[in-house]
Design a binder for this molecule. Structure first.
Ligand code: SAM
Length: 264
């Protein structure tokens, strides 16, 4: 009875194990991901630089199974052209922001996080109790304690009135659901410098992928909407982590990248 009342769950399990047994090809994944990353520069040099920054933050070396590929992309970009102005949408505890500050020590970094009184602020990311919110604030202010970081406490909806472009690098990592993700992508496009790079976290490039409380295929839909309207725009997708996620390809999120055309 259970099998027939929830057919999708056992079909998914079967698909996972078939995938792991017959289709998960780690060597092919490594070759494909490295080929795309090499388009941004010298992977080895970027890994060395990233490892030294991670070590300075008390973390182990970059591990493509455990760490998100955006760290490596940041490092590649820091070697390619030293960004002068960086925007991060979605600060959280500022762990990523402090890595940006170390990778781009001469850049001005603006990072945007919901204010405490935004209706969403308490509803996710373990901030429902006052003790959790206090722990969050302490971690965040410790991580953001760099002279080149500015925290904007605002819902990103209001970004056009609060942050002025152009930015050389934008990290879009706020709300990954509609509607936020649509205006974040739109605002990032307009705030980016011509030739600037925009990276988008947690993109699910599969129409069949399931929406959860935190991720959805909606960012992919919004990026496709943009791509269809800018002739020649490439938006490569990088596998966020190379770990097989028990073979469920629909849960494997990507980091998307685009370079804003000079004439956009
Ligand atoms: C995935 S976390 C960011 C992680 C961080 N960028 C890092 O690399 O460590 C997403 C953050 O975006 C914030 N956020 C969600 N919607 C937002 C909005 N509309 N405006 C500003 N921040 C938002 C959430 O409160 C959360 O702290």
């Amino acid at each position: 009875m259970h099998l027939f009342s929830r057919p999708s769950s056992w079909i998914r399990k079967l698909r996972k194990s078939l995938y792991l047994r017959f289709a998960y090809d780690r060597a092919a994944i490594d070759a494909e991901e490295d080929r795309k990353l090499a388009g941004f520069g010298d992977i080895q040099a970027a890994t060395r630089k990233l490892d030294s920054v991670l070590a300075a933050c008390g973390r182990g070396p970059y591990d493509p199974d455990r760490d998100s590929v955006h760290l490596l992309l940041w490092s590649l970009l820091s070697l390619r052209h030293p960004a002068r102005r960086i925007l991060e949408i979605g600060t959280f505890e500022g762990e990523g922001t402090r890595l940006l500050a170390r990778l781009f020590p001469s850049a001005d970094i603006t990072t945007v996080e919901l204010p405490d009184d935004d209706p969403l602020f308490r509803t996710f990311y373990r901030r429902s109790t006052e003790a959790e919110r206090e722990a969050f604030r302490i971690k965040q202010s410790r991580n953001l304690d760099f002279p080149n970081i500015r925290l904007l406490k605002a819902n990103s909806f209001f970004l056009p009135a609060l942050a002025h472009g152009p930015f050389d690098l934008i990290w879009v990592d706020g709300g990954h659901l509609y509607p936020e993700v649509a205006w974040d992508i739109c605002n990032a496009w307009h705030l980016a410098a011509p030739g600037g790079v925009i990276l988008f976290d947690d993109v699910l490039p599969d129409a069949e992928a399931r929406k959860t409380d935190l991720i959805s295929p909606e960012s992919f839909e919004a990026l496709e909407y943009l791509r269809a309207r800018v002739p020649g725009l490439a938006i490569p997708m990088f596998l966020k982590r190379r770990f097989p996620f028990r073979g469920d390809t629909l849960k494997r999120t990507c980091v998307a990248a685009l370079i804003k055309p000079l004439d956009a």
